[in-house]
Design a protein around this ligand. Structure first.
Ligand code: TYM
Length: 335
Protein backbone atom coordinates (compact mmCIF):
# COMPACT_ATOMS: atom_id res chain seq x y z
CA UNK A 1 0.00 0.00 0.00
CA UNK A 2 1.10 3.56 -0.64
CA UNK A 3 1.75 5.30 2.65
CA UNK A 4 0.54 8.86 3.02
CA UNK A 5 1.47 10.89 6.09
CA UNK A 6 1.08 14.46 7.26
CA UNK A 7 0.92 16.54 10.44
CA UNK A 8 -0.10 19.97 11.67
CA UNK A 9 1.72 21.88 14.39
CA UNK A 10 -0.57 22.46 17.35
CA UNK A 11 0.06 26.10 18.06
CA UNK A 12 -3.11 27.68 16.75
CA UNK A 13 -6.60 27.32 15.39
CA UNK A 14 -6.72 25.52 12.03
CA UNK A 15 -7.23 27.93 9.16
CA UNK A 16 -8.21 27.87 5.50
CA UNK A 17 -4.54 27.48 4.47
CA UNK A 18 -4.10 24.30 6.54
CA UNK A 19 -7.27 22.94 5.00
CA UNK A 20 -6.35 23.65 1.40
CA UNK A 21 -2.66 22.74 1.72
CA UNK A 22 -2.88 19.65 3.89
CA UNK A 23 -6.16 18.46 5.39
CA UNK A 24 -8.28 18.34 2.25
CA UNK A 25 -5.77 16.47 0.06
CA UNK A 26 -4.96 14.18 3.01
CA UNK A 27 -8.58 13.20 3.64
CA UNK A 28 -9.10 12.62 -0.07
CA UNK A 29 -6.01 10.41 -0.22
CA UNK A 30 -7.17 8.38 2.78
CA UNK A 31 -10.35 7.40 0.94
CA UNK A 32 -8.36 5.42 -1.62
CA UNK A 33 -8.33 1.74 -0.56
CA UNK A 34 -4.78 1.31 -1.87
CA UNK A 35 -3.53 3.89 0.65
CA UNK A 36 -2.57 3.53 4.32
CA UNK A 37 -2.61 6.97 5.85
CA UNK A 38 -0.98 8.39 8.98
CA UNK A 39 -2.16 11.78 10.21
CA UNK A 40 -1.00 13.33 13.42
CA UNK A 41 -0.96 16.33 15.71
CA UNK A 42 2.60 17.67 15.67
CA UNK A 43 2.58 18.64 19.32
CA UNK A 44 6.30 18.11 20.02
CA UNK A 45 6.84 20.62 17.21
CA UNK A 46 4.47 23.02 18.94
CA UNK A 47 6.91 23.47 21.83
CA UNK A 48 9.37 25.13 19.47
CA UNK A 49 7.13 28.11 18.91
CA UNK A 50 4.78 28.15 21.86
CA UNK A 51 5.52 28.02 25.58
CA UNK A 52 1.93 28.60 26.57
CA UNK A 53 0.69 25.18 27.74
CA UNK A 54 -2.96 26.21 27.65
CA UNK A 55 -2.65 27.30 24.04
CA UNK A 56 -0.93 24.06 23.03
CA UNK A 57 -3.54 21.98 24.81
CA UNK A 58 -6.44 23.90 23.27
CA UNK A 59 -4.91 23.81 19.81
CA UNK A 60 -4.46 20.05 20.00
CA UNK A 61 -8.16 19.64 20.72
CA UNK A 62 -9.14 22.07 17.97
CA UNK A 63 -6.97 20.42 15.35
CA UNK A 64 -8.14 16.92 16.29
CA UNK A 65 -11.79 18.06 16.19
CA UNK A 66 -11.17 19.62 12.78
CA UNK A 67 -9.91 16.40 11.19
CA UNK A 68 -12.83 14.47 12.64
CA UNK A 69 -15.42 17.10 11.68
CA UNK A 70 -14.17 17.00 8.11
CA UNK A 71 -14.87 13.31 7.99
CA UNK A 72 -11.54 11.56 8.54
CA UNK A 73 -12.27 7.84 8.91
CA UNK A 74 -10.13 6.86 11.89
CA UNK A 75 -10.83 3.14 11.52
CA UNK A 76 -8.90 3.40 8.35
CA UNK A 77 -6.40 6.22 8.81
CA UNK A 78 -4.01 5.99 11.76
CA UNK A 79 -4.70 9.23 13.60
CA UNK A 80 -2.47 10.05 16.58
CA UNK A 81 -0.61 12.59 18.65
CA UNK A 82 3.11 12.86 17.96
CA UNK A 83 3.76 13.04 21.73
CA UNK A 84 2.08 9.66 22.24
CA UNK A 85 4.85 8.19 20.14
CA UNK A 86 8.02 8.65 22.19
CA UNK A 87 9.80 6.49 19.60
CA UNK A 88 9.83 9.57 17.39
CA UNK A 89 12.31 11.19 19.76
CA UNK A 90 14.63 8.24 19.55
CA UNK A 91 14.53 8.20 15.78
CA UNK A 92 15.04 11.96 15.76
CA UNK A 93 18.27 11.41 17.70
CA UNK A 94 19.48 8.72 15.33
CA UNK A 95 18.85 11.04 12.40
CA UNK A 96 20.54 13.96 14.17
CA UNK A 97 23.66 11.85 14.31
CA UNK A 98 23.77 11.40 10.53
CA UNK A 99 22.47 14.84 9.57
CA UNK A 100 25.06 17.44 8.60
CA UNK A 101 24.79 20.66 10.59
CA UNK A 102 25.30 22.52 7.33
CA UNK A 103 22.03 21.11 6.02
CA UNK A 104 20.17 22.62 8.96
CA UNK A 105 21.90 25.97 8.36
CA UNK A 106 19.96 26.14 5.12
CA UNK A 107 16.48 25.51 6.59
CA UNK A 108 14.05 28.35 5.83
CA UNK A 109 12.80 28.87 9.38
CA UNK A 110 16.32 29.09 10.76
CA UNK A 111 17.53 31.33 7.95
CA UNK A 112 14.57 33.64 8.47
CA UNK A 113 15.43 33.98 12.16
CA UNK A 114 19.05 34.82 11.31
CA UNK A 115 17.96 37.32 8.66
CA UNK A 116 15.63 39.01 11.19
CA UNK A 117 18.52 39.35 13.64
CA UNK A 118 20.77 40.83 10.99
CA UNK A 119 18.08 43.27 9.95
CA UNK A 120 17.55 44.30 13.56
CA UNK A 121 21.31 44.87 13.87
CA UNK A 122 21.72 42.19 16.56
CA UNK A 123 25.33 41.22 17.26
CA UNK A 124 24.32 37.61 17.76
CA UNK A 125 22.85 36.26 14.52
CA UNK A 126 21.45 33.28 16.45
CA UNK A 127 19.65 35.36 19.04
CA UNK A 128 16.39 33.67 20.03
CA UNK A 129 17.20 30.52 18.06
CA UNK A 130 16.73 27.42 20.19
CA UNK A 131 18.10 23.97 19.44
CA UNK A 132 14.46 23.00 18.89
CA UNK A 133 14.07 25.51 16.08
CA UNK A 134 17.43 24.63 14.60
CA UNK A 135 16.72 20.90 14.59
CA UNK A 136 13.06 21.18 13.61
CA UNK A 137 13.57 19.49 10.21
CA UNK A 138 15.21 16.48 11.90
CA UNK A 139 12.17 15.88 14.10
CA UNK A 140 9.98 16.26 11.05
CA UNK A 141 12.10 13.73 9.16
CA UNK A 142 11.64 11.31 12.08
CA UNK A 143 7.84 11.71 11.78
CA UNK A 144 7.97 10.84 8.13
CA UNK A 145 10.62 8.13 8.11
CA UNK A 146 9.19 6.30 11.12
CA UNK A 147 6.40 5.00 8.89
CA UNK A 148 8.30 4.98 5.62
CA UNK A 149 5.78 7.37 4.12
CA UNK A 150 5.85 7.51 0.33
CA UNK A 151 3.77 10.66 0.01
CA UNK A 152 3.45 13.69 2.21
CA UNK A 153 0.64 16.12 1.35
CA UNK A 154 1.75 19.59 2.41
CA UNK A 155 1.59 23.22 1.40
CA UNK A 156 4.46 24.63 -0.62
CA UNK A 157 6.17 26.06 2.46
CA UNK A 158 7.02 22.55 3.70
CA UNK A 159 8.65 21.17 0.54
CA UNK A 160 12.16 21.96 1.71
CA UNK A 161 11.62 19.92 4.86
CA UNK A 162 10.56 16.87 2.87
CA UNK A 163 13.66 17.22 0.75
CA UNK A 164 15.74 17.30 3.91
CA UNK A 165 14.00 14.13 5.10
CA UNK A 166 14.98 12.46 1.81
CA UNK A 167 18.52 13.59 2.36
CA UNK A 168 18.66 12.10 5.87
CA UNK A 169 17.02 8.87 4.71
CA UNK A 170 19.56 8.47 1.92
CA UNK A 171 22.43 9.22 4.23
CA UNK A 172 21.29 6.70 6.84
CA UNK A 173 20.75 3.99 4.19
CA UNK A 174 24.19 4.65 2.82
CA UNK A 175 26.01 4.71 6.16
CA UNK A 176 24.31 1.60 7.52
CA UNK A 177 24.29 -0.18 4.17
CA UNK A 178 20.66 -1.13 3.82
CA UNK A 179 17.30 0.03 2.55
CA UNK A 180 16.10 1.15 5.97
CA UNK A 181 14.11 4.10 4.74
CA UNK A 182 11.97 4.86 1.71
CA UNK A 183 12.58 8.30 0.24
CA UNK A 184 9.41 10.36 0.78
CA UNK A 185 7.88 12.70 -1.77
CA UNK A 186 6.01 15.92 -1.13
CA UNK A 187 2.54 16.12 -2.68
CA UNK A 188 1.47 19.69 -3.27
CA UNK A 189 -2.16 20.08 -4.36
CA UNK A 190 -2.79 21.61 -7.78
CA UNK A 191 -4.21 24.62 -6.07
CA UNK A 192 -1.17 24.41 -3.88
CA UNK A 193 0.25 27.86 -4.10
CA UNK A 194 0.48 29.10 -0.61
CA UNK A 195 -2.91 30.47 0.32
CA UNK A 196 -2.74 34.14 1.21
CA UNK A 197 -4.20 35.67 4.34
CA UNK A 198 -6.12 38.85 5.19
CA UNK A 199 -3.14 41.13 4.53
CA UNK A 200 -2.01 39.42 1.32
CA UNK A 201 0.98 37.66 2.92
CA UNK A 202 1.02 33.88 3.39
CA UNK A 203 -1.88 32.86 5.61
CA UNK A 204 -0.13 31.87 8.80
CA UNK A 205 -0.67 31.58 12.53
CA UNK A 206 2.58 33.50 12.94
CA UNK A 207 1.30 36.52 10.98
CA UNK A 208 -2.04 36.60 12.72
CA UNK A 209 -3.75 37.02 9.35
CA UNK A 210 -5.72 33.79 9.21
CA UNK A 211 -9.32 32.91 8.60
CA UNK A 212 -10.08 30.06 11.01
CA UNK A 213 -11.77 27.21 9.19
CA UNK A 214 -14.63 27.02 11.65
CA UNK A 215 -15.20 30.64 12.59
CA UNK A 216 -18.80 31.38 13.43
CA UNK A 217 -20.88 32.62 10.53
CA UNK A 218 -20.67 36.19 11.77
CA UNK A 219 -16.94 36.09 12.31
CA UNK A 220 -16.39 34.49 8.92
CA UNK A 221 -18.31 37.29 7.26
CA UNK A 222 -16.33 39.90 9.17
CA UNK A 223 -13.01 38.32 8.20
CA UNK A 224 -13.90 37.93 4.52
CA UNK A 225 -14.79 41.64 4.49
CA UNK A 226 -11.34 42.37 5.93
CA UNK A 227 -9.44 40.68 3.10
CA UNK A 228 -7.22 43.29 1.50
CA UNK A 229 -8.26 44.40 -1.99
CA UNK A 230 -7.22 47.35 -4.13
CA UNK A 231 -9.06 50.61 -4.67
CA UNK A 232 -10.67 49.86 -8.03
CA UNK A 233 -14.31 50.94 -8.24
CA UNK A 234 -17.27 48.79 -9.32
CA UNK A 235 -17.38 48.68 -13.12
CA UNK A 236 -13.59 48.66 -13.46
CA UNK A 237 -12.16 45.29 -14.59
CA UNK A 238 -10.13 43.53 -11.90
CA UNK A 239 -7.20 41.13 -12.04
CA UNK A 240 -8.12 37.82 -10.39
CA UNK A 241 -4.57 36.48 -10.53
CA UNK A 242 -3.16 38.96 -8.05
CA UNK A 243 -6.20 38.93 -5.79
CA UNK A 244 -6.27 37.19 -2.41
CA UNK A 245 -10.06 37.07 -2.37
CA UNK A 246 -10.10 35.30 -5.72
CA UNK A 247 -7.37 32.90 -4.64
CA UNK A 248 -9.32 31.90 -1.56
CA UNK A 249 -12.50 31.42 -3.56
CA UNK A 250 -10.80 29.32 -6.21
CA UNK A 251 -9.17 27.08 -3.60
CA UNK A 252 -12.67 25.98 -2.60
CA UNK A 253 -14.75 26.36 -5.75
CA UNK A 254 -14.94 23.97 -8.71
CA UNK A 255 -13.23 24.82 -11.99
CA UNK A 256 -16.45 26.03 -13.59
CA UNK A 257 -17.37 28.17 -10.57
CA UNK A 258 -13.88 29.65 -10.65
CA UNK A 259 -14.19 30.42 -14.37
CA UNK A 260 -17.51 32.15 -13.74
CA UNK A 261 -15.96 34.30 -11.01
CA UNK A 262 -13.11 35.15 -13.36
CA UNK A 263 -15.68 36.54 -15.79
CA UNK A 264 -17.29 38.62 -13.09
CA UNK A 265 -13.86 40.10 -12.31
CA UNK A 266 -13.37 40.98 -15.99
CA UNK A 267 -16.82 42.56 -16.01
CA UNK A 268 -15.88 44.79 -13.08
CA UNK A 269 -17.64 43.25 -10.10
CA UNK A 270 -17.54 45.57 -7.05
CA UNK A 271 -15.44 44.45 -4.05
CA UNK A 272 -18.43 44.47 -1.71
CA UNK A 273 -20.35 42.21 -4.02
CA UNK A 274 -17.39 39.88 -4.59
CA UNK A 275 -16.79 39.58 -0.86
CA UNK A 276 -20.43 38.74 -0.25
CA UNK A 277 -20.33 36.01 -2.83
CA UNK A 278 -17.15 34.52 -1.42
CA UNK A 279 -18.54 34.63 2.12
CA UNK A 280 -21.80 32.98 1.06
CA UNK A 281 -19.90 30.29 -0.77
CA UNK A 282 -17.51 29.47 2.08
CA UNK A 283 -20.29 29.59 4.62
CA UNK A 284 -22.48 27.19 2.66
CA UNK A 285 -19.59 24.74 2.35
CA UNK A 286 -18.41 24.97 5.93
CA UNK A 287 -21.76 25.05 7.75
CA UNK A 288 -22.17 21.30 8.11
CA UNK A 289 -18.66 20.40 9.29
CA UNK A 290 -18.77 23.47 11.55
CA UNK A 291 -21.74 21.99 13.37
CA UNK A 292 -19.92 18.71 13.84
CA UNK A 293 -16.83 20.61 14.99
CA UNK A 294 -18.76 22.50 17.63
CA UNK A 295 -20.25 19.26 18.96
CA UNK A 296 -16.85 17.52 19.00
CA UNK A 297 -15.25 20.38 20.92
CA UNK A 298 -17.77 19.65 23.68
CA UNK A 299 -16.63 16.04 23.86
CA UNK A 300 -12.90 15.85 24.64
CA UNK A 301 -13.35 12.35 26.11
CA UNK A 302 -14.41 11.06 22.74
CA UNK A 303 -11.50 12.75 20.99
CA UNK A 304 -9.12 11.35 23.60
CA UNK A 305 -10.43 7.83 22.96
CA UNK A 306 -9.94 8.20 19.21
CA UNK A 307 -6.36 9.39 19.73
CA UNK A 308 -5.61 6.59 22.20
CA UNK A 309 -6.73 4.09 19.63
CA UNK A 310 -4.50 5.76 17.03
CA UNK A 311 -1.54 5.80 19.44
CA UNK A 312 -1.80 2.05 19.98
CA UNK A 313 -1.74 1.36 16.27
CA UNK A 314 1.09 3.81 15.63
CA UNK A 315 3.23 2.47 18.47
CA UNK A 316 2.77 -1.11 17.40
CA UNK A 317 4.30 -0.28 14.07
CA UNK A 318 6.94 2.08 15.43
CA UNK A 319 8.18 -0.56 17.88
CA UNK A 320 9.00 -2.94 15.02
CA UNK A 321 10.78 -0.21 13.08
CA UNK A 322 12.80 0.91 16.08
CA UNK A 323 13.93 -2.65 16.85
CA UNK A 324 15.28 -2.92 13.35
CA UNK A 325 16.97 0.46 13.50
CA UNK A 326 18.52 -0.21 16.90
CA UNK A 327 20.08 -3.36 15.51
CA UNK A 328 21.25 -1.48 12.44
CA UNK A 329 23.19 1.11 14.45
CA UNK A 330 24.59 -1.29 17.05
CA UNK A 331 22.10 -0.70 19.85
CA UNK A 332 20.35 -4.08 19.56
CA UNK A 333 20.07 -6.63 22.38
CA UNK A 334 23.04 -8.92 23.04
CA UNK A 335 20.91 -12.03 22.81
P1 TYM B 1 1.99 23.83 9.84
O1 TYM B 1 1.33 23.48 11.11
O2 TYM B 1 2.65 25.15 9.72
O3 TYM B 1 0.95 23.69 8.67
C1 TYM B 1 0.19 22.50 8.48
C2 TYM B 1 -0.01 22.27 7.00
O4 TYM B 1 -0.74 23.35 6.43
C3 TYM B 1 -0.03 23.87 5.32
N1 TYM B 1 -0.23 25.33 5.26
C4 TYM B 1 -0.61 25.96 4.16
N2 TYM B 1 -0.92 25.53 2.93
C5 TYM B 1 -1.29 26.46 2.01
N3 TYM B 1 -1.38 27.78 2.30
C6 TYM B 1 -1.08 28.25 3.53
N4 TYM B 1 -1.19 29.55 3.80
C7 TYM B 1 -0.66 27.33 4.54
N5 TYM B 1 -0.31 27.45 5.84
C8 TYM B 1 -0.03 26.21 6.26
C9 TYM B 1 1.43 23.54 5.60
O5 TYM B 1 2.19 23.53 4.42
C10 TYM B 1 1.32 22.18 6.23
O6 TYM B 1 1.21 21.18 5.22
N6 TYM B 1 6.24 21.21 10.09
C11 TYM B 1 4.83 21.12 9.77
C12 TYM B 1 4.14 20.07 10.60
C13 TYM B 1 4.77 18.74 10.51
C14 TYM B 1 4.72 17.85 9.43
C15 TYM B 1 5.46 16.70 9.83
C16 TYM B 1 4.11 17.89 8.17
C17 TYM B 1 5.51 18.15 11.49
N7 TYM B 1 5.92 16.92 11.08
C18 TYM B 1 5.61 15.61 8.98
C19 TYM B 1 4.27 16.79 7.33
C20 TYM B 1 5.02 15.66 7.73
C21 TYM B 1 4.18 22.47 10.06
O7 TYM B 1 4.63 23.22 10.88
O8 TYM B 1 3.02 22.69 9.42
Amino acid sequence: KTRVLTGITTTGTPHLGNYVGAIKPAIEASQDPSVQSFYFLADYHALIKCQDPKRVQESRLEIAATWLALGLDTDNAIFYRQSDLMEVQELSWMLSCVCAKGLMNRAHAYKAAVADNEEAGNQDADKGVTMGLFGYPVLMAADILMFNANKVPVGRDQIQHIEMARDMAGRFNHLYKGQYFTLPEAVVSEKGEVLKGLDGRKMSKSYDNTIPLFSTEKKLQKLVRKIKTNSLEPGEPKDPDTCTLFQIYSAFASDSETAAMREQYAAGIGWGDAKNQVFEYLNAHLAEPRERYTALMEDPAYIESVLQKGALRAREEAAVTMDRLRSAVGLGRFV
